[in-house]
Design a protein around this ligand. Structure first.
Ligand code: KIV
Ligand code: NA
Length: 275
């Protein structure tokens, strides 16, 4: 068996070759991505991307555990990190520990990720001191979409910029091995990356970050409810799926599928020698 990338390996990647991360929610997707990435994130974005929810708020620990198990089974190289969903860690550090420990024990993942800055530093410290590696997530925090007044870029004004910088320093100090920085203006993202010792993984942040993460379905063109500015669509698999479905439907209605070779008990036609 191949040795997986560890959180310790990822902690040591500050300023080096950028850390490559993508999301995965299923075993087959994990299998395709695993050889190419350092980190597979089982994001709570699955609420929107897989379950059709409007926000990530209704995602549960059980949902994260089921998808986490699938991604661990489908991978052997990448470090697998599972998101803690809304309301599974904010109440107290004990609640956070209990749910993080369940996620780690039941999925076999290497770490959890939770959204929060200075207000969650004590909780992050509590977990990291007790054997649970934590990935931070600051800037745009989708679980706080209502409090923030929508999905919008962070750090445009000085007060907010100072807050995101303070959040980065606080969660780094609390022991995060990597920190996701989402939806934050480029200049500030660059400053945060330079100011903090822990590798910063950008999404809508800066090319200067120590790594990048995107939602795989966004990259593949499999999620079309909306497209954030920071997404680059490398493929349009959604329209390929639609083409395939249309062709299958046509062949079923015309009885051209299934053909003889898809049926049992029909002898293969004798081969004719080509002249
Ligand atoms: O849920 C998710 O997919 C995430 C990444 C986009 C960072 O948190
Ligand atoms: Na998330």
């Amino acid at each position: 068996t191949i040795k997986r990338v560890s959180t310790r390996d990822l902690r040591a990647r500050k300023g080096g070759v950028p850390i490559v991360c993508l999301t995965a929610y299923t075993a087959p997707m994990a299998q395709f991505l695993d050889p190419h990435v350092d980190l597979l994130l089982v994001g709570d974005s699955l609420g929107m991307v897989v379950y059709g929810m409007d926000t990530t708020l209704a995602v549960t620990v059980d949902m994260m555990i089921n998808h986490g198990k699938a991604v661990v089974r489908g991978s052997q190289h990448a470090c697998v990190v599972v998101d803690m969903p809304f309301a599974s860690y904010q109440e107290s550090r004990e609640q956070a520990f209990r749910n993080a420990a369940r996620i780690m024990a039941e999925t076999g993942c290497a770490a959890v990720k939770l959204e929060g800055g200075t207000e969650l530093a004590d909780t992050i410290h509590f977990l990291t001191e007790r054997g649970i590696p934590v990935m931070g997530h600051i800037g745009l925090k989708p679980q706080s979409v209502h409090a923030a007044g929508g999905f919008r870029a962070h750090g445009r004004d000085a007060a907010e910029a100072a807050r995101v910088m303070a959040d980065a320093k606080a969660v780094a100090e609390a022991g995060c091995f990597n920190i996701v920085l989402e939806g934050t203006v480029e200049g500030l993202s660059r400053e945060i990356t330079a100011a903090v010792e822990v590798p910063i993984i950008g999404i809508g942040a800066s090319p200067a970050c120590d790594g990048q993460v995107l939602v795989t379905e966004d990259v593949l063109g499999l999620f079309s409810a909306f497209k954030p500015k920071f997404v680059k669509r490398y493929a349009d698999l959604g329209s390929q799926i639609s083409t395939v479905a249309a062709q299958y439907a046509e062949e079923v209605r015309a009885r051209t599928f299934p053909a003889d070779e898809h049926c049992f008990g029909i002898p293969a036609k004798p081969r004719v020698l080509e002249v």
